[in-house]
Design a protein around this ligand. Structure first.
Ligand code: MET
Length: 760
């Protein structure tokens, strides 16, 4: 029985690669030093995996920026706009070009935009989207995977190179003109084969080809291309062992297709889809090997050995232990490095967790248990049963309340048609009312203030006084600008999820639990370990203080249950949606307290609602229905005259518009500045009944938009939606902007609204 790891984190346990890259970009580190850092990190990983007793140790899972971009460079998939730059470079595959494709290039007379970025399946990892153009010709441009294989070999380790498989590579890209998938595959395959031939010649025995698209709904034409691709690879390299790797879900209707491909081994995700094992075992060809992804690569919980051993035993009984590999469900890229670095964590909670390094040990433990070391199993069972009954996790009052959630709790008292006039009477707003999304510029001084409070450098009183001063300044500014619905500015928040997690019971925070989000950016998600309780109000003091300063309405500002869920590591001992509903109850109590404190407009942000969409179409509706229910549970406690807002920032609403409408928020503000008409068209076509604020300017850039420009957008919007339903706002929060440009942009925005009003 071999042990197999599909990939390991690469940013460095101390985020060494982040620091090195950023220093290199700013000219503070030489290329040689950057490459040395990279070699050291690769060696550390290989040594760690070898010491942990892993047999199939990955290589080429390292990346300076992104593994999909690495593939582009290896295969020569370079958009035409980079070719003039490439021609000036001595090495056409050098890091200069690589980072230019990742980050854009604005020097030496060039001004080239970067590749687009998008989320890797349902993770929070963002990859760079390959761009395919009909005129491109492909050739082996970089030999990164061969070089890294040889580098490991020099350290005495024969690794298993990891590449993105040809179909997943094509499907993750964007076809820019009239070329099509079959033509692309035909051009890419020879380069893939050349790369694999060189790996084989260098001594690689196993090569891992990642094909996670096999866990999604595939068109018949794509299924046929899978057969073409793998038949060609097998014909060219019959002696190379391919480990076809799938993850993030089950093969389902693609099981027969996957198992007919001429490869030597298959990796399946048994954490997300344990039920697929029986089907896979019944179809695997004789002598085929199966890598069982049983240790969760997407979460931070300790493995339940009893459950895993049952699956491993089932597989061994069916195809024999010699044909089995034990593995993590997917690359450990999505996990933090090392639980041992958490020195402050409550030991009871900590004992339930495993980060990347601990997961290596788990894979090895499972093998040892299969070989008879039952003591490991007993120890694990003791930990697991402790978690099942721990009083810190299981709060009877929460469970009791969950059982009594009634349909009426998810329903406003009356329909929007009844609520709207009541709200208009209560708020007395003009047509085209103006507002902002919540945050105002977060200066270095504000960040320092929060950091100082955390470190205990300043007293709570001093901190409160400074935050109040910032709120006062922001309210006065908004009054001066003549905005209609004001905000307090969110100066007390580092992050819209962390702020609430820190105040809710059931959350724990890590010191070093960094996970790569894109490029050198990492996030440190909170961990939801137990039943969620709101021990005290979270925002009422700040909001009431802000409201006390003005006669205009000030919006209460909360984060929605699905966004908190999506941006955290979530407990795995109950369905995710149960945790979402617990979060919804906590937010609901806060909504009620805000209303009781005299706040008449309350915004519950759900920027991450779309991110939770399942990969399979058949399961999307169920998810969306539950997500909508969670939101409605959070907000439906208020009176008809209290106005509920929500905010979302997506590129497209076409496929979810009916669910967005079902949320029944009185007002939704959306990010549309870059494609306003496209997004609004979805709202118009659906005849979206409630009020909507299509963002009239892009907050991601310091550019100050002109009055006429925003006014034109408002007129466009008013052709698509009833004018009385249209709000005027920027497309997201202003926290990353400077004060000067914010003031100018908002002044123009209010002016645009006034112009539009006078003509309506
Ligand atoms: N209220 C939040 C803000 O303005 C919304 C953020 S959505 C990513 O910053």
């Amino acid at each position: 029985m071999l042990t197999n790891i599909p990939g390991y984190p690469r940013i460095g346990s101390q985020r060494e690669l982040k620091k090195a890259c950023e220093n290199y970009w700013s000219g503070k580190m030489s290329l040689e030093k950057l490459e040395l850092t990279a070699r050291q990190l690769r060696k550390q990983n290989w040594d760690t995996l070898q010491a942990a007793g892993i047999d199939l140790i990955p290589s080429n899972d390292f990346s300076f920026y992104d593994q999909v971009l690495d593939m582009c460079l290896m295969l020569g998939v370079i958009p035409a706009r980079f070719l003039p730059l490439q021609q000036t470079l001595a090495n056409p595959a050098c890091l200069e070009l690589y980072f230019a494709m990742a980050r854009g290039y604005q020097k030496n007379g060039f001004d080239i935009t970067a590749l687009e970025m998008t989320k890797w399946f349902d993770t929070n990892y963002h990859y760079l989207v390959p761009e395919f153009e009909a005129a491109q010709t492909y050739r082996l441009l970089s030999r990164k995977c061969v070089e890294e294989f040889k580098e490991a070999l020099r350290h005495g380790i024969t690794t298993k190179p990891v590449l993105i498989g040809p179909l997943t590579f094509i499907l993750s890209g964007k076809i820019k003109d009239d070329t099509h998938q079959a033509a692309l595959l035909e051009k890419l395959l020879p380069v893939y084969i050349q790369l694999l031939t060189e790996l084989h010649a260098a001594g690689a025995e196993w090569v891992q080809l990642d094909e996670p698209f096999l866990v999604t709904d595939l068109e018949p034409a794509v299924k046929a291309l899978y057969q073409v691709a793998y038949a060609a690879i097998h014909a060219a390299l019959p002696g190379l062992k391919i480990l076809l790797t799938t993850y993030f879900g089950g093969l389902e209707d693609n099981t027969a297709l996957a198992l007919q491909l001429p490869v030597q081994a298959w990796h399946i995700d048994l954490v997300r889809a344990p039920a697929q094992l029986a089907d896979v075992l019944s179809r695997i060809p004789a002598h085929g090997r199966l890598s069982l992804g049983i240790v969760d690569g997407r979460n931070i919980w300790k493995n339940d050995y009893t459950e895993s051993i049952a699956l491993v035993t089932q597989a061994c009984n069916s195809i024999g232990a010699d044909n089995i590999m034990l593995a993590t469900s997917c690359s450990l890229l999505h996990c933090p490095y090392d639980l041992d670095a958490e020195t402050d964590m409550d030991p009871q909670i900590k004992q339930w967790m495993a980060f990347a390094r601990q997961k290596l040990a788990e894979v090895n433990d499972l093998k040892s248990i299969m070989n008879g070391r039952h003591g490991l199993l007993e120890h694990n069972q003791a930990v697991m049963s402790g978690r099942k009954t721990a009083a810190s996790i299981h709060i009877p009052a929460v469970k009791e309340r969950m059982q009594h959630i009634a349909p009426a709790d998810m329903q406003r008292q009356h329909s929007f048609a009844v609520r709207q006039p009541l709200q208009h009477a209560a708020l007395n707003l003009p047509v085209f009312p103006t507002t902002t999304i919540g945050s105002f510029p977060q200066t270095a001084a504000i960040r320092q203030l929060r950091a100082d409070l955390k470190k205990g450098v300043i007293t709570r009183e001093a901190y409160d006084a400074d935050i109040r001063a910032a709120i006062t300044h922001t309210i006065r500014l908004q009054e001066k600008l003549d905005l209609d619905v004001l905000v307090h500015g969110e100066f007390e928040r580092n992050d819209i999820v962390e702020y609430f997690g820190e105040q809710l019971q059931g959350f724990v925070f890590t010191q070093q639990g960094w996970v790569q989000s894109y490029g050198t950016r990492c996030v440190k998600p909170p961990v939801i370990y137990g039943d969620v309780i709101r021990p005290h109000t979270m925002t009422v003091d700040w909001s009431s203080f802000a409201q006390s300063l003005t006669s205009k309405p000030v919006k209460g500002m909360l984060t929605g249950p699905i966004t908190i869920l999506q941006w955290s590591f979530v407990r795995n001992d109950q369905p995710r949606m149960q945790t979402a509903f617990q979060l919804a109850l906590a937010i609901r109590d806060e909504v009620k307290d805000l209303e009781d404190a005299g706040i008449t407009v309350i915004q519950v942000d759900e920027p991450a609602l779309r991110e939770g969409l399942p990969l399979r179409n058949a399961r999307k509706a169920e998810y969306l229905e539950q997500a909508v229910q969670a939101f409605r549970l959070a907000v439906s406690t208020v009176a008809d005259s209290t106005q509920i807002h929500t905010h979302m920032c997506y590129a497209s609403f076409n496929d979810i518009i009916e669910h967005i409408a079902a949320m029944d928020a009185d007002v939704i503000t959306i990010e549309t500045s870059r494609s306003q008409l496209e997004i609004l068209a979805a709202f118009a076509q659906f005849r979206y009944p409630n009020e909507a604020g299509p963002g009239v300017y892009d907050i991601h850039s310091p550019r100050v938009p002109a009055v006429a420009e925003m006014e034109a957008l408002l007129h466009q919007a008013a052709r698509l939606l009833p004018a009385r339903n249209i709000w005027v706002n920027p497309d997201c929060g202003l926290k990353t902007r400077q004060w000067a440009e914010t003031e100018m942009a908002l002044r123009n925005m209010v002016e645009a609204a006034k112009q539009a009003r006078s003509q309506w």
